[in-house]
Design a protein around this ligand. Sequence first.
Ligand code: ADP
Length: 448
Amino acid sequence: MNKKIFHFTFLTTLFALAAAAVCIIGILFDTFENQIRAEVESEAGYIAQAVENEGISFLESLEDTDRRITLINSDGTVIFDNQADTTALDNHAEREEIKEAMEKGKGMSVRYSKTLTEKTLYYAVKLSDSSILRVSTNQYTVFTIVMGLLQPILFILAAVLIITAILSSRVSKSIVKPINDLDLDDPENNETYEELTPLLKKISDQKRMISKQIEELSKRDEMRREFTANVSHELKTPLTSISGFAELMKNGNVPHDVATDFSKSIYEETQRLISLVNDIIGLSELEEKNISLKKEAVDLYELSREIIDRLKSAAAKKNVSMNLMGGSAEVYGVRKILDEMIYNLCDNGIKYNRENGTVDIIVNDADKKAYLTVRDTGIGISAEHQPRVFERFYRVDKSRSKQVGGTGLGLAIVKHGAIYHGAEITLESVEGKGTAVTVTFDKDQYNI
Ligand code: ADP
């Protein structure tokens, strides 16, 4: 960058100086030339007047002039020339300035020498007797003047080059320095070019975003590790008891009725394992957003009715009554996920209920939103546990959860299902009285 700025300023300055020098020389030369023309013109005027009055004798009496003065007859023969032998001069009738003067009274022309180093300015005036008086002067061309001044010009050029190089180097360094001095650890706290403020703000925003992403990634990593540890633990417990029962039974020494009990336990443990594995698969699918199921219009009211049907026997075992309230409310989503969400909420409503309790499922549709509330009359969740129950494997009472067949993943599935559908969850619960979980779907999002 330093080099680029240096080259740019150096070349621009050099070009500007060269252009200025050419313009100044051109203007000076033009002024100088115009001045000479005016002088020759006025001299020719005076001499013509004198010749009109005194005749050729005036010309013969002229001494000491560096101008060439020629008198030409109306037929073009030269009758006087102060710098040449008139007999050696050919007819001048065809000379440009003479022809012009014959026609218009005065004429002018410029002729260059063969080497272009000199030029001659001719000015001709027609006298009253039709003869022509011509005054001419030699002039150096710009080229000759420049060539004559070549040495000082080269010297000045070299000096200008050196000064320009030094200045350009300083300028480029002073431009780059504030950029090199930028503190990128704290991009917005720099006193630098105003033009850099948007860039520094962008860097700062990017930094913030990256550190947020890093934080999120390490949080996820931590959660993943915790999850793996929890899963291993959850799998190990039933596997250990299955292995224990099987070990006792493998020798065939267990009495028949005890073996029946053991088989029942093995069956229950395997059922627990199956629902745990199913929940883990469902949850990881949701988390990875790896769901190939198609979205469709799903009526939460109808779906709730189906789920109540499936949970009938579980509710009956506890003598819990299930009531569906409200009315039809359609959302655009994945039926399987919505099913799991409502199923888990109702299942919890039954599992953590008291004998003869109730579970109300209320479905509503208002203001472009669909609401689903599952309210029970169960044991409730204390305020201290409420913020954590949606975490994976978090249980308020571990032994109770296991006893009722919980995997600790039900509410995590509800939470991720809600995130997947852009829905919000609210939980209200009073210990000993009951719990109500409401999922609010934004229907605008799904164009329904
Ligand atoms: P689990 O499989 O153990 O039911 P969940 O993720 O569904 O796991 O719930 C997490 C914990 O939250 C449960 O273990 C329980 O302690 C508490 N919980 C969930 N729903 C209810 C409810 N309706 N009433 C009381 N406690 C509940």
